[in-house]
Design a protein around this ligand. Sequence first.
Ligand SMILES: Nc1ncnc2c1ncn2[C@@H]1O[C@H](COP(=O)(O)OP(=O)(O)OP(=O)(O)O)[C@@H](O)[C@H]1O
Ligand SMILES: [Mg+2]
Length: 295
Amino acid sequence: MRELQLPSYKEQSQKVKERFDRIKQRELILKVERLSKTFDSEKGPVLDNISFQTYRREFVSIIGPSGCGKSTMIRLIAGLEDIDSGKIIVNNKEISGPGIERGMVFQGYTLFPWLTVVENVMYGLLRKKMLRTEAKNCALNWVKIVGLEKYQDAYPSQLSGGMKQRVAIARSIATHPKMLLMDEPFSALDPQTRSKMQAYLLEIWKNVNISITFITHDIDEAIYLSDRIIVLKTDPGEIQEIIEVPVPRPRTPEQFLSPEFLATKKRLEELIHPKKDDDEVNHIIIPPDINENVL
Ligand SMILES: Nc1ncnc2c1ncn2[C@@H]1O[C@H](COP(=O)(O)OP(=O)(O)OP(=O)(O)O)[C@@H](O)[C@H]1O
Ligand SMILES: [Mg+2]
């Protein structure tokens, strides 16, 4: 069988190149400088000397094997964990804890179960000292944007997983943060709901001025959503490569089979699941009591 000839994942059409040029002229929203984190000194650093930056309205995914420190990284950027060494600068200010310029959506459904949909979205607005009536109007508008106006008075337990994450997104964006940090927000959803939510997130992102840092395990999801993908490796968690996704926008599910999508996917597979010379398959030892004829 002939192998499909793919272009290089580094090859970009003029349109894609121009988009990256435009992005790089925008202001920096996040600067991570020589970031390291160790939990257990015997095991060594979980994250070692990580540096990268993201621009205004850029969508950046972080991908890597389980345990490579993705959630740790997002928790550090969120200010929920202390940094050992290095710096995180958001919107030109070094962070020292959580802040309203960073919204968060995590994997578990983090809505307050005792509050209705609209009250959940109002929560951050009231904390920002917005008046109650104004907060309610603003929250209702967001509930509408995420398509849940019929459910505005429902409680989280009455919603599906996808709906809960839509409320979580509305709640985080309603306060107008500069960036949204998302840690595997769709991984608990069934595949169909998950792809709907991906398209949905792109649609929302198109209409708000926000940079997204998105953690995922899923290669297709990373390519479909991102401008750039940061690939981490384990032990210690270091950046292997930062890939500029050559797939043009607007993205559509049909692009999953385009040559540039497949070329990027192939590169990510190589980085995340590298083939080893001593692949287990080559090392199956057949016990001596198994007769060759049986095989
Ligand atoms: N609070 C903590 N205390 C001690 N060790 C921790 C803590 N948080 C994370 N770790 C360790 O740091 C490493 C990275 O964990 P992390 O959750 O960041 O990985 P991950 O890339 O998000 O993994 P997954 O893909 O499975 O979600 C793991 O070895 C984990 O055990
Ligand atoms: Mg994680």
